[in-house]
Design a binder for this molecule. Sequence first.
Ligand SMILES: [Zn+2]
Length: 269
Amino acid sequence: MSHELNLTDEELLRYSRQILLPSWDLEAQQRLKSSQVVILGAGGLGCPVSETLARAGVGAIHLIDDDHIEASNLQRQTLFTAADIGKNKAKTACQALQKINPHVQLTYAEQRLTADNAAEILLVAQAQQSSTPFLILDCTDNFAARERLNEISVQYQLPLLSASAIAMSGQLALYEPAKQSGCYHCVFGDSIASGSDEAVEDTRNCSNSGVLASTTTVMGNLQANAALQYLGLSINPLAGQLLIWDGQRMSQHKLRYRQDKQCPVCANS
Ligand SMILES: [Zn+2]
């Protein structure tokens, strides 16, 4: 990347507490400014992760959500107020984020992810043409969208940072298809059928099972923590590991995973 200073005096002041860090220098801040994230889902996870990334100085954020804000969202979807009920989530979140940090380039799509529109709304062509850091953030709340997002990530060899939150617990993983180190389906594909693994994914979501307000903000910010290191420092702090956070016990641990050589999604990519 270029070492030319691309930060204004105003930005240097805004990000000064971050640049002061021994592990985070001016180059990391510039790298962050040159980076782009695409966030699928502007709800319980999408609100806190996009807010932290916008405040931290990610250059471009693209939010995708076709859903509208409801009264029951306000308990955890931190960018919205009662006055926003009925409005589109992606658009409203972008407007809130722009006020928080005018230096971020914000765009949105009021669409639901389908097999037909996935490459377009996830900005795949843009990601492939650019040499700057790029990351897809999975902030969805259902299994079908997660699987579809994973397939796109593998097909186009784009990194995918996937978070989930339910009740008082959450999970987080950062998949890098180009490294042949395993994908979302390698981790969760078979456990859905057998239904016994600790890493089991099921059909519960926030609307049918409930979620504590703090669960989504914790998981969204753990996701932001991984994204900042990946984009600014080119580090994957979760390489080959699934992080599991237990809010009831106030504990977290990591499980190792490997690529499933029979994985129908990534084994022959
Ligand atoms: Zn796989």
